[in-house]
Design a protein around this ligand. Structure first.
Ligand code: NAD
Length: 264
């Protein structure tokens, strides 16, 4: 099903999961549009992919995806460069923490930070879907949103006696709940165009946002039935499955969390 004429757009491509997704898609033969605010990471990823897969086209765009103007401009650049895109992966996100790395109690979340998390994690998904929709190939384009288990469970607390133990705060969890819900609405609306919209909800993935201190990881592993954190490669495996699923799974959120949370 994959051919070298396929093109994928990956947001947050400079981060841990985004880098893994981008490298994997390049290996499958996709041309890539990699988007992030972190220019150095984007440049490093672009060089790595072009070194490993010299025949791929890789367009690196430094874009703040919370800005409608920047997203519109990016969609124009992509439309001019590629015939159309096959996959849009909305992966960028932030999870603010206290300076010691722990969860911010809900009552201590700054009002401005609430807005920033909502704009980065949720509004950006809406903007990317809205302004890239016309660039997605009809009957071929697919959208995959990276949500979080916390979007279903709510955020964590500081004791692993109460599920879930997590450093994610209330604004992060609420934003990811929005991503899961938005996935359902867009899936219904985009079904007429044969464009499936899926979400992947990781639990705790090592690296990236999952760079935690030793004691936190120990407590976390005690709560997870497999006693393991997830890996970016496991997110990629789920992505692979979704990319072969057609319309049958549109609107679904797949949980990838080693048995930490099982359910809707
Ligand atoms: N790592 C985990 O444990 C975990 C668990 C559940 C869900 N997730 C989700 O997976 C996704 C990737 O997480 P990660 O662990 O790779 O994190 P990461 O911090 O390594 O990567 C996130 C990337 O998003 C980029 N980004 C942030 N704001 C942006 C903006 N306004 N415009 C463009 N780019 C922006 C960052 O620069 C960064 O490169 C996120 O949506 C996250 O919420 C991660």
């Amino acid at each position: 099903m994959h051919s070298e004429h396929f093109t994928a757009v990956v947001t947050g491509a400079g981060g841990t999961i985004g880098t893994c997704i981008s490298s994997h898609l390049a290996g499958l033969g996709y041309n890539l549009v990699i988007i992030d605010t972190h220019k150095n990471n984007l440049d490093a990823l672009q060089s790595k992919i072009q070194r490993e897969y010299p025949e791929r086209q890789v367009l690196a765009l430094t874009v703040n995806i919370t800005s409608p103007q920047e997203v519109i401009q990016a969609s124009r650049v992509v439309q001019n460069r590629f015939y159309g895109i096959d996959v849009l992966i909305n992966n960028a996100g932030i999870s603010p923490k206290l300076s010691n790395g722990m969860r911010i109690p809900a009552l201590s979340i700054d009002d401005d930070e609430w807005d920033l998390v909502m704009e980065t994690n949720l509004k950006s998904v809406f903007l990317m879907c809205k302004y890239f929709f016309d660039v997605l190939k009809r009957d071929k384009g697919k959208i995959v949103n990276i949500a979080s288990m916390m979007g279903v469970t709510g955020s964590g607390v500081d004791t692993n006696q109460i599920f879930p133990y997590s450093v994610s705060a209330a604004h992060y969890s609420a934003s990811k709940a929005g991503v899961i819900n938005l996935t359902k609405s867009l899936a219904r609306e985009f079904s007429e165009s044969n464009v499936p919209v899926y979400a992947i909800a990781p639990g705790a993935v090592s690296g990236g946002m999952g760079k935690f201190d030793e004691s936190f990881i120990k407590n976390l592993k005690e709560q997870i039935p497999s006693h393991q954190l997830g890996t970016p490669e496991e997110i990629v495996n789920t992505l692979n499955f979704l990319l072969t699923s057609g319309m049958s799974l549109t609107g679904q959120t797949l949980h990838v969390n080693h048995g930490w949370f099982m359910g809707g």
